[in-house]
Design a binder for this molecule. Structure first.
Ligand SMILES: Nc1ncnc2c1ncn2[C@@H]1O[C@H](COP(=O)(O)OP(=O)(O)OP(=O)(O)O)[C@@H](O)[C@H]1O
Length: 265
């Protein structure tokens, strides 16, 4: 299954946040989206998911307009992991993950043994089984993030869209989630994720797209796109990029500049 945007413009009300985004995400591929705070990554994702109406352009799922798919059909194919927010209702973690099965149930049907097993497997995959009976309102932000990833896996989607999936996770869970992303892609899932960490892009992404000043300024293999010049352009930070002894994965070493002040927001 492929998800494609053609000359997509997106935004809120009268305001266009970004435009001219043309990209195709294919089965088995990890595409990372990188861009400064406020660049429009979440807005682009919500538009690609059909949660926000496009301002211009097209979104196609397997060459068919996304708008031609029912909500249930979309949910069977595409799962979304939003950034974790404070929860309102004290569902257990197991129930939150089971909600990922909703798109696969007929109206008013209750989840079957199989649905519970799949939700249980998703929790296990992320090492979350010990939290299954805890209220979702009484776990940490990082644990909520992991539960939302498990919920998306329980949905058994073909395409997974993840908004900063490692943002609130400890170092170990960041690597566990990145490992799962790699495994899911090798099993054929298409994954689009946003991140603020270029090292994570080098670790798992096949391609990276850079969103800057309302445009997609670059799209390609991480080693070609994520250069010191580009990162300077995006973040106004000097970095050295290279491989450490014993590793064949590129990583960034930023240089701190005490003379620099914080930009005004
Ligand atoms: N609900 C909204 N209504 C109007 N404008 C919004 C809304 N949500 C976000 N924006 C604005 O749209 C722009 C893009 O926001 P968005 O959340 O998509 O950026 P982002 O790249 O995901 O940022 P971050 O890296 O900080 O999460 C920002 O200028 C933001 O202030």
């Amino acid at each position: 299954m492929t998800l494609e945007t053609r000359d997509l413009a997106f935004g809120y009300g009268a305001r266009t946040v970004g435009s001219g985004v043309t990209v195709t995400i294919k089965q088995g591929e990890v595409l990372a989206l990188l861009g400064p705070n406020g660049a429009g990554k979440t807005t682009l994702f919500k538009t690609m998911l059909g949660l926000l109406a496009p301002k211009a352009g097209d979104i196609l799922l397997d060459d068919r307009p996304l708008s031609a798919f029912s909500r249930a059909e979309r949910a069977k194919n595409i799962a979304y992991v939003p950034q974790a927010h404070a929860a309102l209702f004290p569902f257990t973690v197991a129930d939150v993950v089971l909600m990922g099965r909703a798109a696969r149930l007929t109206p008013f049907a209750t989840p079957s043994r199989k649905d519970r097993d799949i939700a249980g497997e998703a929790l296990e995959r992320l090492g979350m089984t010990h939290l299954a009976t805890r209220p979702y309102t009484e776990i940490s932000g990082g644990e909520r993030q992991m539960a939302l990833i498990a919920r998306a896996l329980a949905q058994e989607p073909k395409i997974l869209v993840m908004d900063e999936p490692t943002a609130s996770l400890d170092y170990g869970n960041q690597m566990r989630v990145l490992t799962q992303i790699q495994t899911l892609a090798s099993e054929g899932m298409a994954i689009v994720l946003s991140t603020h960490n270029p090292d994570h892009v080098f670790m798992v992404a096949d391609r990276v797209a850079l969103l800057h000043e309302t445009k997609l300024v670059a799209l390609g293999a991480p080693k070609d796109v994520l250069t010191a010049e580009r990162l300077k352009q995006l973040y106004d930070i000097d970095v050295v990029i290279g491989t450490l002894p014993g590793s064949d994965i590129l990583s960034c070493s930023p240089r701190l500049n005490p003379a620099k002040t914080l930009p005004e927001t």
